[in-house]
Unconditional design. Structure first.
Length: 278
């Protein structure tokens, strides 16, 4: 198990060339590039005007709004406590923000097996694409050999440059993104575990990616099971001898187990990665 304090990460620019506006992020944990279950967990800050056109991906996303308001156009608006599941192949947005916002973002390989391309791979491809075209407002514009102008979604252009083939989007399992309000769920005692309550917010696809909120009373113990990421929202405690405080992340691979002990009231969000080994 990895225990990653937020203090060990730096706030740096993230993928700004693909969208309009500045994105900063703490890169908390990343999977193995090229592996079927690759993923990236980030704590994302957008402090000014931001625009991303309506688009889709060939991977899944979980998003949790921590601070500020973030607009997804016809899909709805996120305020603190909002949680969203953005399925592969499903359009969402356009996204806009004009204030200081923070959200927890997990991008991960979906049930289709299309995988997840790492940010480092994408940034290298974007730098190469800028030699023959330009990125503006989330769109990549370039010209064919006959001079025909082409406007293409920035992510799509980058993915195709990395993989050297057309991007084929998975057939959507869901009609639209799934938006949830965590504060409207009731806390329920976890059977067999004294002092621990949870809010099972959702389980998605046949690969069972999931989101669960936990509240752990002082002195209580929460078993941790992978493949999953546990992100501390408030409180303090320890996990396998390592200190856990606000914005600490615990990462467990498939088959790994651990335990978290709360020192004072501790709240976490568990992001369960999909089981892609079957």
């Amino acid at each position: 198990m990895q225990v990653i304090p937020i203090e060990t990460r730096s706030l740096t620019s993230s993928a700004t060339q693909l969208r309009q506006g500045e994105i900063k992020a703490y890169r908390l944990v990343e999977g193995r590039p090229g592996s079927p279950g690759n993923f990236a967990l980030r704590l994302v800050n957008i402090a000014g005007d931001f625009l991303s056109p309506r688009h889709r991906h060939n991977f899944d996303q979980f998003r949790m709004q921590l601070e500020g308001t973030y607009d997804y156009g016809p899909d709805g608006t996120f305020t603190p406590g909002s949680i969203g599941y953005f399925p592969e192949g499903v359009y969402y947005g356009p996204q806009t923000s004009s204030g200081d916002t923070w959200n927890l973002l997990l991008q991960f390989a979906g049930a289709s097996g299309s995988g997840y391309t790492s940010e480092a791979e994408g940034n290298r491809a974007a730098d190469e694409l800028k030699l023959t075209g330009r990125f503006e407002g989330g769109v990549y514009t370039w010209r064919r050999e006959d001079g025909t102008k082409v406007n293409q979604d920035a992510y799509e252009a980058v993915w195709e440059h990395v993989h050297k083939r057309p991007l084929e989007y998975p057939k959507p399992r869901y009609e639209r993104p799934v938006f949830m309000r965590a504060e409207r769920f009731d806390w329920v005692a976890v059977p067999g575990i004294s002092g621990v309550e949870h809010k099972p917010v959702g389980v998605f696809t046949e690969r069972e990616a999931r989101i669960v909120l936990y509240r752990v009373s002082p002195g209580a113990r929460l078993p941790l099971v992978g493949p999953a990421l546990y992100f501390a929202l408030s409180g303090t405690g320890s996990a396998d001898g390592h200190a856990v405080r606000r914005h600490t992340t615990c990462h467990l691979e498939a088959g790994e187990r651990g335990e978290l002990i709360a020192s004072d009231a501790l709240e976490l969000v568990m992001l369960g990665l999909p089981h892609l080994d079957a």
